[in-house]
Design a protein around this ligand. Structure first.
Ligand code: SF4
Ligand code: SF4
Length: 599
């Protein structure tokens, strides 16, 4: 029968490439489903959309299965209708498939453990993502992040100089905190026992985690280093289904450890980073990796068990709960270590239910945080996580995954749970007892000579500290609706001496500005609630806020008209995102100079 349907070139390629990608495991999963429906209620999308069958794992899987059957299974080729086989013909078919595989599944694999037939839907969902990516059909966020990881080497486009500057900055912070100039964040030191790799999110939004890890390595007396190249342990190939990208990213990291002749690669707390580096990376990169790889969770636990660091759990008295990242827990079996560690460093650890392999996704898995078009649906599905979190009545939710930090922060904000998100590295660093280590310096006998010096040198540190705190005495209102950005901007400004107030909606900006009368407002142009342009105009017209200086910080320059076309005094400063420490401080100081010149 010559019933060949005309397929678009992209659809043809997708089918062809499916044939190349199929392996025994995928084919087994594609064939095994008996449509019993037992997986249905395991999916957080289903629970948040009751009655909508299009979210059921088996329904979503069938969108891919029917193509497989039509082209690669004999029943589907011979009696397609009877076998439920069909193909993709048009680019619209591909777009529809895109919305299912990227927008309706986070590849969390919870349905897999609830399937009596062992169907691993996430495996072939990832394959389908990869097929679409190979013909250029993907959410814009996936394209942007993949491009950054291909071209710049990390998925947040962090430049090498910014990475190295941040390490230097954190080293200074740590030396100051521990009052110990010997504390280092070593870079490219060969032959170390540990090479430490991180998530670029730490450089961009959470540098404190780098300092906390360094504090722990220092306290443990570890021989460690960070690489200047190939330092990103995340791998967007896991999300996009692009094995080539996966191999290139993992290979870069492995090569940097080989070059440094490191003995153990320690992977900071990140679920997909851990899975893609330790479990999938060697296969993608086709490399026989000659060193050990472990999660920093295991490293920290080992240090405590070996007596290399001492911790005092009374330093973390608040009630905390733990969120198992899907990749760490369900896919890599990291269940008990984080709990053991939590019980050692926290006074009040309480489980959320369900947990371990049965835990629900944070909603941000599978690269969901980068796909803005699916955010409303993602947040709707977050009701499941929100209920889990609420029931714990904990103040903090701890997670060993940077992706989960973002996913959970969004859910907490959306459902107004008032909880905070943190990681084990922060809790361990906070619980550290390091007095003895700090007092170790061999120069102890020299102390008598050194005693008078500090007394006479009192003005020097004061001057130095003034140098470091250019914003001392300044009151700054930071307004941004992205929790990461809000925290990052606040932290940088606070570390430089400012008193910080925060707002994440237009109405909150108005309220806080009127109540606190800050010196400077850093204003994001895209926030929920009242229109930011209107907020800006109301602030400008408020006689009590005449002295308020405003610095716009935006990732959406197209919204500038909101502000600049108004017939009120324009803002004193303007900064494009992404913002780093230097850029932020320079601009805020410039804005403050305007104040000085005018007064
Ligand atoms: S992998 Fe997770 S998100 Fe995807 S269908 Fe299964 S349970 Fe739902
Ligand atoms: S539980 Fe397994 S066999 Fe049953 S519908 Fe879901 S995927 Fe198919």
């Amino acid at each position: 029968m010559n019933t060949k349907i005309e397929q678009s070139p992209k659809a043809q390629k997708v089918v062809e490439r499916m044939g190349q990608k199929l392996n025994r495991q995928m084919a087994g999963s594609l064939l095994a489903c008996v449509h019993c429906g037992m997986c249905t209620d395991s999916c957080h999308y289903v629970l948040a959309n009751p009655g909508d069958v299009t979210y059921a794992p088996a329904y979503k899987a069938d969108r891919i299965r029917k193509i497989f059957k039509r082209h690669f299974d004999w029943t589907g080729r011979v009696v397609p209708k009877w076998a439920g086989a069909a193909t993709v013909n048009t680019d619209e078919d591909l777009e529809e498939l895109k919305d299912i595989v990227f927008g309706k599944c986070t590849n969390c694999r919870r349905c897999t453990i609830n399937c009596p037939m062992g169907v691993d839907y996430a495996t072939f969902n990832r394959m389908a993502r990869g097929l679409l990516v190979s013909v250029g059909v993907m959410p814009e966020g996936v394209a942007v992040v993949s491009k950054d990881q291909w071209e710049i080497g990390n998925q947040m486009g962090v430049l090498k100089e910014d990475y190295l500057d941040t390490l230097e900055w954190m080293e200074e912070e740590l030396q100051e905190e521990l009052d110990d100039p010997t504390v280092k964040i070593p870079v490219d030191v060969p032959n170390c026992d540990v090479v430490y790799s991180i998530n670029p999110r730490e450089v961009k939004y959470d540098p404190r985690s780098i300092a906390d890890a360094a504090k722990i390595f220092h306290a443990a007396g570890e021989s460690w280093t960070m690489p200047s190249e190939g330092w990103d342990m995340t791998n967007f190939g896991l999300f996009s289904g692009d094995d080539e990208l996966g191999g290139s990213v993992a290979g870069r990291l492995f090569e940097s450890v080989v070059e440094l002749e490191g003995k153990t690669l320690v992977i900071s707390e990140c679920g997909h980073g851990f899975r893609s580096t330790r479990c999938e990376g060697p296969n993608w990169a086709k490399m026989d990796v000659p060193f050990v790889m472990e999660s920093s969770v295991n490293t920290m636990l080992r240090y405590i068990k070996e007596g290399r660091i001492k911790v005092d759990k009374t330093k973390n008295p608040e009630p905390v709960t733990f969120h198992d990242s899907c990749n760490n827990a369900r896919s890599c079996g990291l269940f008990e270590e984080p709990r053991e560690l939590l019980n050692l460093v926290c006074m009040d650890f309480r489980e959320m239910y369900p947990n371990r392999s049965e835990n629900y996704c944070c909603t941000g898995g599978g690269g969901a945080m980068s796909m803005a078009e699916y955010t409303p649906n993602r947040l709707k599905s977050g009701i499941v996580k929100a209920n889990q979190l609420k029931e714990t009545e904990a103040d903090y939710v701890v997670t060993s995954c940077h992706n989960c930090v973002d996913g959970l922060s969004d859910v907490i904000k959306h459902y107004e749970l008032g909880m905070k998100v943190t990681q084990l590295v922060n809790l361990v660093a906070n619980a550290l007892v390091i007095e003895e280590k700090v007092a170790v310096p061999v120069e102890a006998p020299v102390a008598p000579e050194a005693v008078p010096a500090p007394a006479e040198e009192v003005p020097v540190p004061v001057a130095a500290s003034k140098e470091r705190l250019p914003l001392e005495g300044r009151r700054i209102l930071v307004a941004d609706d992205e929790p990461d950005q809000l925290e990052y901007l606040s932290m940088v400004l606070e570390d430089n001496g400012a008193t910080i107030y925060q707002a994440s909606t237009g109405d909150e900006v108005l309220e806080m500005a009127r109540k606190e009368k800050p010196d400077v407002l850093t204003l994001d142009l895209h926030m929920p609630g009242r229109d930011v342009g209107e907020v800006f105009e109301l602030l400008r017209k408020d006689p009590e806020l005449e002295d308020l200086k405003i610095c716009i910080i935006t990732g959406k320059p197209e919204l500038r008209a909101l502000i600049y076309e108004r017939s009120v005094r324009p803002p004193e400063g303007y900064v494009d995102k992404p913002v780093d420490e230097k850029k932020l401080l320079t601009n805020v100081r410039k804005v403050l100079e305007v104040v000085h010149q005018e007064s």
